[in-house]
Design a protein around this ligand. Structure first.
Ligand code: IPM
Ligand code: MN
Length: 360
């Protein structure tokens, strides 16, 4: 197979973790006899520092032409006070829109052996395995009108969802549930918001077309509590853009570290793949960041954008193998008192297992 993959290392720990994922992708290409053409482009704070907009045209064009895009992170405190057209995060929001990747899949499972790695009681999180299906190109992130009043004394955003937008993301959730444990929990705030009442109505209609899947509705506040107290009850968690953003960070605490979580953003073609963690500027450049979120995102890229299932399985098995051998990066080591590996050492351990699973 030949595939063109665009790498967008971005800001903070983005370059370190993307570098790790790139090495793993090259390892996959070697082992399975594929040719991957990989090229890196500027985005976010890096682009701003180079005097360009956060999403330069050249980057955008490369992403549109590629089979898949792997992004590290965007976000740089130096630009925190700027207007939105000069914020690194704007690049990501534009890119998601340009690529039309409305379906963001965020799988969060507790790896065996990591039950005590997170913030919650090990006996409660053991076996948790959920897939957050987050709507990614609508809702309050994009709703118009938005802005700041002329006198600067008030600001406003609009949460807006249309039937077709809800329908297509609900379809993704139900189809995902059909090949999992056949439960969809739809998250909303229907006791308060009109958008949520429409959301609930449309999700229920879509659910009726999938009789093999059980549908439950949860208010976002109560869902957030249940993810913390009883995460094993969830299979597919379907939510709008803002609620899914918040709940997926909480899922990071359940699985042990946000640094473990991958994501796939899918639309009509290709896709955008990125770890759920952000740029983490305070630990950038010290080789302590956990590369697993990015490496697991490359596995999702192989599976969803390139249709390379066995290759994706090989990467996920390598991650499981490294964790199963007790290897831990700093974010995971604190609780269990295990010695911690640098990010690059962890990446190497995973790569060794990808290249030659029998050797380790
Ligand atoms: C995420 C991030 C982004 C989001 C930011 C960086 C724009 O938090 O992917 O979860 O809010 O979607
Ligand atoms: Mn987020």
């Amino acid at each position: 197979m030949h595939a063109t993959i665009v790498l967008l290392p971005g800001d903070g720990i983005g370059p370190e973790v993307t570098g790790a994922a790139e090495r793993v992708l090259r390892g996959v290409a070697d082992r399975f006899g594929h040719t991957f053409t990989l090229s890196s482009h500027l985005i976010g704070g890096g682009a701003l520092r180079a005097g360009q907009p956060p999403l330069p045209d050249a980057t955008c064009e490369a992403c549109l032409a590629a089979d898949a895009v792997l992004l590290g992170a965007v976000g740089d405190p130096a630009f925190d006070s700027g207007p939105s057209e000069r914020r690194p995060e704007t690049a990501l929001l534009q890119l998601r829109q340009v690529l039309g990747v409305f379906a963001n899949l965020r799988p969060a499972r507790v790896w065996p052996g990591l039950e005590d790695g997170g913030a919650f009681k090990p006996e409660r999180v053991a076996g948790a395995d959920m897939l957050i299906v987050r709507e990614l190109t609508g809702g309050i992130y994009y709703g118009e009108p938005r802005g700041v009043a002329e006198d600067g004394q008030s600001a406003f955003n609009t949460m807006r969802y249309s039937r077709p937008e809800i329908e297509r993301i609900a379809e993704v959730a139900f189809r995902s549930a059909e090949i999992r444990r056949r439960l969809v929990t739809s998250v909303d705030k229907a006791n308060v918001l009109e958008t949520s009442r429409l959301w609930r109505e449309v999700v229920t209609e879509v659910g009726a077309r999938h009789p093999g899947v059980t549908l439950e509705h949860q208010y976002v506040d109560s869902c957030s509590l249940l993810i913390a107290t009883n995460p094993t009850q969830f299979d597919v968690v379907l939510s709008g853009n803002l609620f899914g953003d918040i709940l997926s960070d909480e899922a990071g605490a359940v699985v042990g570290s946000l640094g473990l979580l991958p994501s796939a953003s899918l639309g009509k073609r290709g896709g955008l793949f990125e770890p759920v963690h952000g740029s983490a500027p305070t630990i950038a450049g010290r080789d302590v960041a956990n590369p697993i979120g990015a490496i697991a995102s490359s596995a999702m890229l192989l599976r969803h954008a390139l249709g390379a299932g066995p290759e994706a399985d090989a990467v996920e098995q390598a991650i499981g193998g490294a964790l199963g051998a007790g290897l831990r990066t700093a974010d995971l080591a604190s609780g269990g008192g295990l010695a911690s590996l640098s990010g690059s050492a962890m990446a190497q351990q995973i790569l060794d297992r990808v290249v030659d699973p029998a050797s380790v």
